[in-house]
Design a protein around this ligand. Structure first.
Ligand SMILES: Cc1cc2nc3c(=O)[nH]c(=O)nc-3n(C[C@H](O)[C@H](O)[C@H](O)COP(=O)(O)OP(=O)(O)OC[C@H]3O[C@@H](n4cnc5c(N)ncnc54)[C@H](O)[C@@H]3O)c2cc1C
Length: 291
Protein backbone atom coordinates (compact mmCIF):
# COMPACT_ATOMS: atom_id res chain seq x y z
CA UNK A 1 0.00 0.00 0.00
CA UNK A 2 1.10 3.56 -0.61
CA UNK A 3 0.30 6.42 1.77
CA UNK A 4 -2.43 8.91 0.90
CA UNK A 5 -1.08 12.19 -0.51
CA UNK A 6 0.30 14.76 1.95
CA UNK A 7 2.43 17.90 1.95
CA UNK A 8 5.93 17.20 3.27
CA UNK A 9 7.70 19.79 5.46
CA UNK A 10 11.33 19.50 6.56
CA UNK A 11 11.96 22.34 9.03
CA UNK A 12 15.59 22.93 10.06
CA UNK A 13 14.97 24.91 13.27
CA UNK A 14 12.65 24.36 16.22
CA UNK A 15 10.95 27.72 15.57
CA UNK A 16 10.28 26.75 11.97
CA UNK A 17 8.89 23.36 13.05
CA UNK A 18 6.50 25.02 15.52
CA UNK A 19 5.39 27.55 12.88
CA UNK A 20 4.62 24.79 10.38
CA UNK A 21 2.77 22.76 13.02
CA UNK A 22 0.74 25.83 14.07
CA UNK A 23 -0.27 26.50 10.47
CA UNK A 24 -1.07 22.83 9.80
CA UNK A 25 -3.29 22.58 12.92
CA UNK A 26 -5.23 19.30 13.28
CA UNK A 27 -4.10 18.24 9.77
CA UNK A 28 -0.43 18.13 10.81
CA UNK A 29 1.52 15.08 12.01
CA UNK A 30 5.07 15.02 13.33
CA UNK A 31 7.39 12.46 11.72
CA UNK A 32 10.10 11.27 14.15
CA UNK A 33 11.42 7.71 13.69
CA UNK A 34 8.53 6.82 11.41
CA UNK A 35 8.36 3.25 12.78
CA UNK A 36 4.69 3.63 13.72
CA UNK A 37 3.55 6.55 11.56
CA UNK A 38 4.75 5.19 8.21
CA UNK A 39 2.97 1.82 8.63
CA UNK A 40 -0.18 3.71 9.69
CA UNK A 41 0.02 5.85 6.54
CA UNK A 42 0.72 2.89 4.29
CA UNK A 43 -2.22 0.99 5.76
CA UNK A 44 -4.28 4.18 5.31
CA UNK A 45 -5.21 4.22 9.00
CA UNK A 46 -4.04 7.85 9.11
CA UNK A 47 -4.31 10.50 6.41
CA UNK A 48 -2.74 13.76 7.64
CA UNK A 49 -2.63 16.62 5.14
CA UNK A 50 0.82 17.71 6.38
CA UNK A 51 3.79 15.64 7.54
CA UNK A 52 6.30 17.67 9.58
CA UNK A 53 9.61 15.77 9.54
CA UNK A 54 11.58 17.05 12.54
CA UNK A 55 14.68 14.90 11.91
CA UNK A 56 16.75 17.89 10.71
CA UNK A 57 15.96 20.08 13.74
CA UNK A 58 19.18 20.39 15.77
CA UNK A 59 19.33 19.97 19.55
CA UNK A 60 16.49 17.45 19.93
CA UNK A 61 18.59 14.28 20.28
CA UNK A 62 19.98 14.91 23.77
CA UNK A 63 20.12 12.34 26.59
CA UNK A 64 20.87 14.21 29.83
CA UNK A 65 21.40 11.97 32.87
CA UNK A 66 21.83 13.52 36.31
CA UNK A 67 21.01 12.79 39.95
CA UNK A 68 17.40 13.93 39.45
CA UNK A 69 16.75 11.66 36.49
CA UNK A 70 17.12 11.33 32.73
CA UNK A 71 15.79 13.81 30.17
CA UNK A 72 15.43 12.31 26.70
CA UNK A 73 15.10 14.56 23.65
CA UNK A 74 12.53 14.04 20.91
CA UNK A 75 15.09 12.65 18.46
CA UNK A 76 16.93 10.35 20.88
CA UNK A 77 16.52 6.90 19.31
CA UNK A 78 15.53 3.90 21.42
CA UNK A 79 18.97 2.39 20.71
CA UNK A 80 20.86 5.51 21.85
CA UNK A 81 19.02 5.58 25.18
CA UNK A 82 19.38 1.81 25.59
CA UNK A 83 23.15 2.05 25.05
CA UNK A 84 23.74 5.17 27.16
CA UNK A 85 25.84 4.12 30.18
CA UNK A 86 24.95 7.38 31.93
CA UNK A 87 21.20 6.79 31.52
CA UNK A 88 21.55 3.16 32.67
CA UNK A 89 23.53 4.22 35.73
CA UNK A 90 20.78 6.60 36.87
CA UNK A 91 17.82 4.46 35.78
CA UNK A 92 18.57 0.82 34.90
CA UNK A 93 14.86 0.45 34.08
CA UNK A 94 15.33 2.39 30.83
CA UNK A 95 17.69 -0.28 29.46
CA UNK A 96 15.63 -3.12 30.99
CA UNK A 97 12.55 -1.87 29.12
CA UNK A 98 14.17 -0.78 25.86
CA UNK A 99 15.69 -4.24 25.29
CA UNK A 100 12.10 -5.46 24.98
CA UNK A 101 11.03 -2.83 22.42
CA UNK A 102 10.71 -4.38 18.95
CA UNK A 103 13.93 -5.41 17.12
CA UNK A 104 17.32 -3.64 16.99
CA UNK A 105 16.64 -2.24 13.50
CA UNK A 106 13.43 -0.59 14.73
CA UNK A 107 15.19 0.66 17.87
CA UNK A 108 17.88 2.26 15.70
CA UNK A 109 15.29 4.55 14.16
CA UNK A 110 12.30 4.72 16.54
CA UNK A 111 12.36 7.34 19.28
CA UNK A 112 11.46 7.11 22.96
CA UNK A 113 9.42 10.31 22.80
CA UNK A 114 7.64 9.11 19.62
CA UNK A 115 6.67 5.94 21.47
CA UNK A 116 5.22 8.02 24.34
CA UNK A 117 3.18 10.22 21.97
CA UNK A 118 2.01 7.18 20.00
CA UNK A 119 0.68 5.87 23.36
CA UNK A 120 0.22 2.25 22.35
CA UNK A 121 -1.05 0.44 25.49
CA UNK A 122 1.21 -2.52 24.61
CA UNK A 123 4.34 -0.35 24.43
CA UNK A 124 7.01 -0.46 27.13
CA UNK A 125 8.07 3.19 27.45
CA UNK A 126 4.65 4.63 28.37
CA UNK A 127 4.57 2.11 31.25
CA UNK A 128 8.05 3.19 32.36
CA UNK A 129 7.08 6.87 32.31
CA UNK A 130 3.86 6.11 34.23
CA UNK A 131 5.64 3.92 36.80
CA UNK A 132 8.26 6.58 37.54
CA UNK A 133 5.81 9.48 37.50
CA UNK A 134 7.71 11.23 34.72
CA UNK A 135 6.54 13.96 32.38
CA UNK A 136 6.58 15.11 28.76
CA UNK A 137 7.53 18.64 27.69
CA UNK A 138 5.34 20.00 24.90
CA UNK A 139 6.27 23.08 22.85
CA UNK A 140 4.12 25.20 20.57
CA UNK A 141 4.33 28.68 19.10
CA UNK A 142 2.61 29.87 22.32
CA UNK A 143 5.23 28.44 24.70
CA UNK A 144 5.98 25.24 26.61
CA UNK A 145 4.11 23.06 29.11
CA UNK A 146 5.23 20.03 31.11
CA UNK A 147 2.54 17.33 31.31
CA UNK A 148 2.81 14.67 34.06
CA UNK A 149 2.51 11.03 32.95
CA UNK A 150 -0.77 10.63 34.87
CA UNK A 151 -2.33 13.26 32.56
CA UNK A 152 -0.37 12.46 29.42
CA UNK A 153 -1.93 9.12 28.42
CA UNK A 154 -5.56 10.00 27.83
CA UNK A 155 -6.91 6.88 26.09
CA UNK A 156 -6.17 4.11 23.61
CA UNK A 157 -3.36 5.56 21.46
CA UNK A 158 -4.35 9.03 22.63
CA UNK A 159 -2.06 11.47 24.39
CA UNK A 160 -2.32 15.02 25.69
CA UNK A 161 -0.46 16.44 22.66
CA UNK A 162 -2.63 19.09 21.01
CA UNK A 163 -2.62 20.19 17.38
CA UNK A 164 0.31 22.57 16.86
CA UNK A 165 2.39 20.98 19.64
CA UNK A 166 5.71 19.14 19.43
CA UNK A 167 6.86 16.88 22.27
CA UNK A 168 10.41 18.16 22.70
CA UNK A 169 11.55 15.86 25.53
CA UNK A 170 10.49 13.44 28.26
CA UNK A 171 11.79 13.34 31.83
CA UNK A 172 12.20 10.06 33.72
CA UNK A 173 12.80 10.82 37.44
CA UNK A 174 15.41 8.87 39.38
CA UNK A 175 14.32 6.58 42.21
CA UNK A 176 15.47 7.01 45.84
CA UNK A 177 18.52 5.10 47.16
CA UNK A 178 17.99 1.36 47.85
CA UNK A 179 15.61 1.09 44.86
CA UNK A 180 15.53 -1.67 42.29
CA UNK A 181 13.58 -2.20 39.08
CA UNK A 182 12.71 -4.94 36.62
CA UNK A 183 10.60 -5.40 33.48
CA UNK A 184 9.14 -8.75 32.45
CA UNK A 185 6.83 -9.47 29.53
CA UNK A 186 5.55 -12.24 27.32
CA UNK A 187 5.27 -11.75 23.56
CA UNK A 188 4.20 -14.33 20.98
CA UNK A 189 7.48 -13.84 19.09
CA UNK A 190 10.66 -12.09 20.16
CA UNK A 191 10.31 -8.39 19.35
CA UNK A 192 6.53 -8.42 19.07
CA UNK A 193 4.36 -6.18 21.20
CA UNK A 194 3.73 -7.84 24.57
CA UNK A 195 0.63 -9.96 25.27
CA UNK A 196 1.20 -8.73 28.83
CA UNK A 197 4.09 -7.01 30.59
CA UNK A 198 4.93 -5.58 34.00
CA UNK A 199 7.49 -2.98 35.07
CA UNK A 200 8.22 -2.93 38.81
CA UNK A 201 10.02 -0.55 41.17
CA UNK A 202 10.77 -1.47 44.80
CA UNK A 203 12.38 0.86 47.35
CA UNK A 204 13.67 -0.47 50.67
CA UNK A 205 14.03 1.40 53.94
CA UNK A 206 17.27 1.37 55.95
CA UNK A 207 15.85 -1.65 57.82
CA UNK A 208 15.50 -3.48 54.44
CA UNK A 209 11.71 -3.57 54.73
CA UNK A 210 9.67 -2.46 51.71
CA UNK A 211 9.19 1.32 51.84
CA UNK A 212 7.48 1.52 48.44
CA UNK A 213 6.55 -0.96 45.73
CA UNK A 214 4.57 -0.37 42.58
CA UNK A 215 4.08 -1.82 39.15
CA UNK A 216 2.94 -0.57 35.74
CA UNK A 217 1.17 -3.10 33.53
CA UNK A 218 1.02 -3.07 29.73
CA UNK A 219 -1.60 -4.56 27.39
CA UNK A 220 -4.28 -4.73 30.07
CA UNK A 221 -6.13 -1.46 29.41
CA UNK A 222 -6.21 1.57 27.14
CA UNK A 223 -3.39 3.25 29.13
CA UNK A 224 -0.63 1.88 31.38
CA UNK A 225 -2.14 0.58 34.64
CA UNK A 226 -0.10 1.65 37.69
CA UNK A 227 -0.75 -0.25 40.93
CA UNK A 228 0.79 0.73 44.28
CA UNK A 229 1.31 -2.58 46.11
CA UNK A 230 3.16 -1.15 49.12
CA UNK A 231 0.35 -2.03 51.60
CA UNK A 232 0.26 -5.63 50.31
CA UNK A 233 3.99 -6.14 51.03
CA UNK A 234 3.47 -6.37 54.79
CA UNK A 235 5.77 -5.27 57.60
CA UNK A 236 8.40 -8.03 57.33
CA UNK A 237 11.84 -7.89 55.67
CA UNK A 238 11.69 -7.64 51.85
CA UNK A 239 13.77 -10.82 51.61
CA UNK A 240 10.85 -12.74 53.15
CA UNK A 241 8.03 -11.08 51.18
CA UNK A 242 5.49 -13.37 49.50
CA UNK A 243 5.61 -11.81 46.03
CA UNK A 244 2.99 -14.22 44.61
CA UNK A 245 0.53 -12.96 47.24
CA UNK A 246 1.49 -9.33 46.54
CA UNK A 247 0.99 -9.94 42.81
CA UNK A 248 -2.56 -11.04 43.63
CA UNK A 249 -3.32 -7.40 44.38
CA UNK A 250 -2.15 -6.53 40.86
CA UNK A 251 -4.19 -9.31 39.25
CA UNK A 252 -7.28 -8.07 41.07
CA UNK A 253 -6.78 -4.52 39.83
CA UNK A 254 -6.41 -5.16 36.08
CA UNK A 255 -9.38 -5.60 33.80
CA UNK A 256 -7.96 -6.65 30.41
CA UNK A 257 -9.89 -7.42 27.24
CA UNK A 258 -9.53 -10.55 25.18
CA UNK A 259 -8.46 -10.47 21.52
CA UNK A 260 -7.10 -12.85 18.89
CA UNK A 261 -3.82 -13.20 20.85
CA UNK A 262 -5.13 -13.98 24.34
CA UNK A 263 -8.32 -14.23 26.36
CA UNK A 264 -8.99 -11.68 29.10
CA UNK A 265 -8.55 -14.41 31.76
CA UNK A 266 -5.18 -15.48 30.37
CA UNK A 267 -3.96 -11.86 30.27
CA UNK A 268 -5.06 -11.28 33.88
CA UNK A 269 -3.35 -14.53 35.02
CA UNK A 270 -0.17 -13.67 33.06
CA UNK A 271 -0.08 -10.19 34.54
CA UNK A 272 -0.08 -11.69 38.03
CA UNK A 273 2.74 -14.12 37.15
CA UNK A 274 4.83 -11.35 35.59
CA UNK A 275 4.13 -8.97 38.49
CA UNK A 276 5.48 -11.54 41.00
CA UNK A 277 8.63 -12.03 38.90
CA UNK A 278 9.20 -8.32 38.34
CA UNK A 279 8.63 -7.41 42.00
CA UNK A 280 10.95 -10.18 43.22
CA UNK A 281 13.70 -9.11 40.80
CA UNK A 282 13.23 -5.43 41.68
CA UNK A 283 13.53 -6.26 45.39
CA UNK A 284 16.71 -8.28 44.71
CA UNK A 285 18.14 -5.34 42.79
CA UNK A 286 17.18 -2.95 45.59
CA UNK A 287 19.30 -5.07 47.94
CA UNK A 288 22.14 -4.85 45.44
CA UNK A 289 21.81 -8.52 44.50
CA UNK A 290 21.29 -10.30 41.19
CA UNK A 291 18.15 -12.44 41.01
C1 LIG B 1 7.49 -4.40 13.61
C2 LIG B 1 7.40 -3.39 14.72
C3 LIG B 1 7.41 -3.84 16.02
C4 LIG B 1 7.33 -2.94 17.07
N1 LIG B 1 7.33 -3.41 18.35
C5 LIG B 1 7.28 -2.55 19.37
C6 LIG B 1 7.31 -3.00 20.73
O1 LIG B 1 7.41 -4.18 21.00
N2 LIG B 1 7.23 -2.08 21.71
C7 LIG B 1 7.13 -0.73 21.44
O2 LIG B 1 7.07 0.06 22.37
N3 LIG B 1 7.11 -0.27 20.19
C8 LIG B 1 7.19 -1.14 19.15
N4 LIG B 1 7.18 -0.65 17.87
C9 LIG B 1 7.03 0.81 17.65
C10 LIG B 1 8.34 1.56 17.77
O3 LIG B 1 8.78 1.55 19.12
C11 LIG B 1 8.15 3.02 17.33
O4 LIG B 1 9.41 3.51 17.09
C12 LIG B 1 7.47 3.96 18.29
O5 LIG B 1 6.21 3.51 18.70
C13 LIG B 1 7.19 5.34 17.66
O6 LIG B 1 8.36 6.03 17.61
P1 LIG B 1 8.78 6.77 16.26
O7 LIG B 1 9.90 7.69 16.60
O8 LIG B 1 9.05 5.75 15.21
O9 LIG B 1 7.49 7.65 15.94
P2 LIG B 1 6.74 7.95 14.57
O10 LIG B 1 6.36 6.68 13.89
O11 LIG B 1 7.52 8.93 13.77
O12 LIG B 1 5.44 8.67 15.16
C14 LIG B 1 4.47 7.96 15.90
C15 LIG B 1 3.35 8.93 16.31
O13 LIG B 1 3.83 9.85 17.29
C16 LIG B 1 3.80 11.18 16.79
N5 LIG B 1 5.06 11.81 17.21
C17 LIG B 1 6.30 11.23 17.18
N6 LIG B 1 7.20 12.04 17.74
C18 LIG B 1 6.53 13.16 18.13
C19 LIG B 1 6.92 14.37 18.77
N7 LIG B 1 8.20 14.57 19.14
N8 LIG B 1 5.98 15.30 19.02
C20 LIG B 1 4.69 15.09 18.67
N9 LIG B 1 4.25 13.98 18.04
C21 LIG B 1 5.16 13.02 17.78
C22 LIG B 1 3.65 11.06 15.28
O14 LIG B 1 2.99 12.19 14.73
C23 LIG B 1 2.82 9.79 15.18
O15 LIG B 1 1.48 10.08 15.43
C24 LIG B 1 7.27 -1.53 16.79
C25 LIG B 1 7.30 -1.07 15.48
C26 LIG B 1 7.35 -1.99 14.44
C27 LIG B 1 7.39 -1.46 13.04
Amino acid sequence: MKPPPFDYHGPVTLGEALDVLAEAGPGGKVLAGGQSLIPLLNMRLAAPAHIVDVNRVPGLDGIEAGPAGVRVGALARHAAVERSPQAAAVLPLLRQALRLVAHPVIRNRGTVVGSLVHADPAAEMPAVLALLGGSVRLASRDGEREVPAAEFFTGLMESAVRPGELAVSAFFPALPPRSGTAFHEVARRHGDYAVAGVAAAVTLGEDLRVAAARVACVSVGPVPVVVDVTPACGPGPAAEADWEAVAGAVRDRVDPEGDIHATADYRRHLTGVLAARALRDAAFAARGEES
